[in-house]
Ligand binder design. Structure first.
Ligand code: SF4
Length: 486
């Protein structure tokens, strides 16, 4: 048996041959971060046994080998091994994740794969419960979401020439504590904002006409960041005018604008956006509790959110999404249901419910016991949000998971029928090419090639530099990177 120095009987150890570097094994045990039982890794120089994969888990005197599965496909083999690791870790810790051993970020994409292989809704739900050991409510959520994506996916299959354009404005009024996006407080960059916009225009003008000339059809345009409405009215108008000069809004199925922070919204900006064809906006409260807004670094009140929402309705927006977060610091169920009630009274057209990611919220961490309690109530919060969405006659249409989410839960977007965002569906499904402009933009070229198992999807990524300063020095290079993909 492999010797472990300083062995502790209370800890869990995971051994694997040094040459193996099993990233999938890390993913499987990452689930147990949530209950504070991440194993200590013990790399060693050779496998001990030939009848196992070389990976083992140990707690106390009990060592369990992960079997070797003789599968043709390496992906399937790893999937089976991950499942074994999950089962053993569950036994060692007494913890089970709501999504079972599922580690990917896109549960609905897994279900879409099941549908493509001929399974129906009930069979997919059963497979998620039996193979992945997901809870029934999560299995149903993923399967329902996948069903609501069906038309969008079929449309993309029929029109592979359809693409999306993303334009990033990496500025916000202030930086939220949990932020993991490319975003900076706009006051710090006030002097260079217009120069940034000029370079962004150059980048778009160098690439978009080329895309059109090659037969691509722009289906959706998404202006994100950051918070694009944090630009001054004058800069915002200049920006929106060149964007809509380069991409014709009349040809789009969706033109989305992130107007997330109410402290960045003015009547003037809403009117410009409406006039230039924006069809969907997001106004994101995150919470309707003023105390929490203050804790997370949002320098606005819940009343500001209501005012901004009314302003957007008056400007004529009939597709307004609102984002909220379950598990914010200091929030109990009562705070969250208060937020849900307030939102329900405003009657938005979409509701996106995020689960706080613990890693992002490092600054917000309190003592471990309080964190554990929060893990338990996050699930209840998400169920309450699902119920509110149902009462507002909304259905889930896209979802994703991240590492280190409280309670290993998920982010789900609900909307009224007809208010779905094709952009978000395709981003999650990764079935559509997206060209991204501005600092931090990630371009994904989606194409198909003939593989061992028939037609296989291939995603080629091209990253724009993240920092504003780097982008301003290298924006031409970012355009050239994209041109080389066309
Ligand atoms: S509004 Fe969004 S992008 Fe801006 S700082 Fe907050 S989390 Fe980050």
């Amino acid at each position: 048996m492999q010797e472990i120095k300083d062995f502790s009987p209370d800890k869990i150890y995971m051994g694997f041959p040094e040459e193996l570097q099993p990233h999938y094994a890390y993913e499987a045990v990452q689930i147990f971060n949530d209950c504070g039982a991440f194993p200590t890794f013990v790399p060693f120089s050779s496998t001990e046994s030939t009848d196992c994969s070389g990976i083992w888990l140990q707690k106390g005197d009990e060592r369990r080998n992960i079997p070797y599965f003789a599968e043709k496909n390496e992906k399937t083999e790893h999937k089976l091994q991950k499942r074994e690791m999950y089962k053993i870790m569950s036994e060692f810790t007494g913890y089970s994740s709501p999504w079972g051993c599922m580690t990917g970020v896109r549960p609905a994409k897994i279900v879409n794969g099941m549908f493509a292989s001929g399974m129906n809704y009930d069979e997919a739900v059963a497979e998620l419960q039996e193979f992945y050991m997901a809870r029934r409510e999560k299995a149903e959520l993923a399967a329902t979401t996948a069903c609501n994506q069906d038309l969008f996916l079929k449309n993309q299959e029929e029109h592979p020439e359809n693409i999306a354009i993303y334009v990033g404005i990496p500025f916000c009024p202030t930086r939220c504590l949990y932020c993991s996006f490319t975003s900076q407080p706009i006051s710090k960059y006030a002097k260079i904002v217009d120069a940034y916009l000029d370079l962004l225009e150059e980048e778009m003008r160098a690439v978009v006409p080329e895309l059109l000339s090659k037969g691509y059809k722009i289906e959706t345009l998404y202006i994100g960041g950051g918070t694009p409405t944090s630009l001054s009215e004058k800069s915002f108008e200049k920006f929106m005018r060149f964007v809509t000069d380069i991409v014709n809004p009349a040809d789009l199925k969706e033109f989305s604008l992130e107007a997330g922070r109410p402290d960045s919204i003015t009547e003037g900006k809403l009117q410009i956006a409406k006039k230039l064809g924006v069809s969907r906006i997001s106004i994101n409260p995150q919470t309707m509790n003023n105390e929490t807004l203050n804790v997370i670094g949002r320098r606005h009140t819940a009343e500001d959110i209501e005012t901004a929402f009314e302003m957007a309705r008056r400007a004529g927006f009939d597709n307004i999404n609102m984002d909220i977060i379950a598990g914010l610091p200091g929030e109990e169920i009562s705070h969250f249901t208060y937020t849900l009630n307030k939102i329900s009274n405003m009657k938005p057209d979409g509701l996106t419910v995020h689960t706080l990611s613990v890693k992002r919220a490092a600054d917000l961490k309190r003592d471990a016991k309080a964190e554990m309690l929060k893990h338990n109530i996050t699930g209840e919060m998400l169920m309450a949000a699902q119920q509110t969405a149902k009462e507002m006659e909304m259905h889930p249409f896209y979802m994703y998971r991240q590492k280190n989410m409280l309670g290993n839960h998920e982010n789900v977007s609900y909307c009224r029928k007809g208010c779905e965002s094709p952009y978000n569906v395709h981003i999650m499904e990764e079935d559509q090419t997206i060209f991204a402009f501005g600092a931090g933009g990630v371009t994904k070229l989606c194409r198909y090639k003939q593989g061992e198992n028939g037609k296989e999807r291939e995603i080629i990524r091209s990253f724009n530099v993240k920092s504003v300063e780097d982008y301003m020095k290298r924006s031409r290079e970012m355009a050239e990177r994209k041109l080389s993909l066309i």
